[in-house]
Design a binder for this molecule. Structure first.
Ligand code: HEC
Length: 110
C-alpha cells in the first residue's frame, strides 16, 4: 500500500515536470521555430520550403541530438546552426519535449 502511494506521487511529479518543460518548449517554438517548422511542427505555413522538415511527434532524443549537433557544428546548416547557437541545453531539452509530445495518428495505406 505504501509502495503504491509513493509510486503515484513520483508519477504525478514527473508528469508535472514534463508539462512544465513542454510549456517552456512551446514558448520557444512560438517565438523562434514556428516561422519555419510551425508551432505544432508542421512545416507548411506560408513561405516554408519543402526543405524544412516536419518535427511533429518526432522522437525526443532524436531532436535533442540533432539540435546539439547543429550547436557543436557536427552538422552545419546556414539556418539551423545559427538557430541552435541561440539555444541553451535546457532550451534544447524543452523544445524537444514540446515537439515530441504532440500526438499524431498514422493512417496506413490499404
Ligand atoms: C529560418 C528557418 C528555420 C527556423 C527558424 C528553425 N529551423 Fe529547424 N530547420 C530548418 C531547415 C531548413 C532544416 C533542414 C536543415 C538541413 O537540411 O540540414 C531544419 C532542421 C531542423 C532539425 C533537424 C530535423 C531532421 O530531421 O534532421 C531540427 C531538430 C530543427 N530544425 C529544430 C528546430 C527548432 C527546435 C527550431 C526553433 C528553436 C528551429 N528548428 C528553427 C529551418 C529552420
Amino acid at each position: 500500500m505504501k509502495f503504491k502511494i509513493i509510486f503515484i506521487l513520483v508519477f504525478f511529479i514527473s508528469n508535472t515536470c514534463n508539462a512544465e518543460e513542454a510549456n517552456k518548449g512551446r514558448e520557444i517554438a512560438e517565438n523562434i521555430c514556428s516561422v519555419c517548422h510551425g508551432v505544432n511542427g508542421q512545416a507548411n505555413t506560408a513561405g516554408n520550403s519543402v526543405l524544412v522538415p516536419h518535427l511533429t511527434a518526432q522522437n525526443e532524443q532524436y531532436l535533442i541530438e540533432k539540435l546539439k549537433h547543429y550547436k557543436d557544428k557536427t552538422l552545419e546548416h546556414h539556418q539551423m546552426s545559427l538557430i541552435a547557437d541561440m539555444l541553451s541545453l535546457e532550451d534544447i531539452k524543452n523544445v524537444a519535449k514540446w515537439y515530441s509530445s504532440i500526438k499524431i495518428t498514422v493512417q496506413e495505406i490499404e
